[in-house]
Design a protein around this ligand. Structure first.
Ligand code: 5RP
Length: 228
């Protein structure tokens, strides 16, 4: 999986501490991204050691990794609830509001996070900001791309279709949709912008996670900073 932002050691520290929160008998939401991948690997080792859990992956990539490391899996539609979800973030503010979707998986990530009794964010210090200040990914129905882009401009944003790095074409999500990365500058009122984006027809899901995270584990060079 692609590595972004802070060091792998910082990410690993955060993710391994979060994985220790999981108990036998629990259903665990498995987020997506390079930080969460460390948690999935740690859970795989714990399963080898006797931990009895089932994982609910939030993307094709996390499903493949979880399967490789031996975590028993259930799909989202097979579970009524999730005990704990562990996932990364692209930005994390002081109120634990997030911008997610760097891996274009935020639609399923949000469903799993919202279904979880406990949602734990794992991150490195490069993700932490006073105010959310990064472009917001929108998963959009392919046919709605142009009208959603117009609606984003009316909200004061600057939308850009996400393109695949090594292919000549757009990024297509696991759900067969496109991603618009929308620059809004510093987002002073994430709840208000989230409501406007949710109300825009054609938006399958946006990457603002407002009021969902219960705690954040931020890996540093010598430990883990726990934020609640
Ligand atoms: C995927 C996500 C990721 O959790 C987010 O992009 C952080 O990824 P990483 O841990 O690789 O920095 O939201 O949709």
């Amino acid at each position: 999986m692609k590595t972004t932002g802070g060091s792998d050691d910082q990410k690993r520290r955060a993710a391994e501490r979060a994985a220790e929160l999981v108990s036998s008998g629990e259903t665990v939401g498995l987020g997506t991204g390079s930080t969460t991948a460390f948690a999935i690997r740690a859970l795989g080792r714990a399963v080898d050691g006797g931990l009895d859990v089932r994982g609910v992956p939030t993307s094709f990539a996390s499903r493949e990794l979880a399967r490789d490391v031996g975590i028993p899996l259930a799909s989202l539609d097979e579970v009524a609830s999730v005990d704990i979800a562990i996932d990364g973030a692209d930005r994390l503010d002081a109120d634990l509001n997030l911008i997610k979707g760097g891996g274009a998986a935020h639609a399923r990530e949000k469903i799993v996070a919202a279904a979880a009794s406990r949602f734990v964010v794992v991150a490195d210090p490069s993700k932490v900001a006073e105010t959310l200040d990064r472009s917001v990914p929108l998963e959009v129905l392919p046919d709605a791309r142009t009208v959603v882009a117009g609606a984003v401009e009316e909200l004061g944003g600057d939308p850009e279709l996400r393109r695949a790095e090594r292919k000549d074409g757009p990024v297509v999500t696991d759900n067969g949709n496109l991603v618009l990365d929308c620059e809004f500058g510093r987002i002073a009122d994430p709840a208000s912008l989230a409501a406007d984006l949710s109300a825009t027809p054609g938006v399958v899901e946006h990457g603002l996670f407002v009021g969902l995270a219960d705690e954040a584990y931020v890996g540093t060079d010598d430990g883990v900073d726990v934020r609640r």
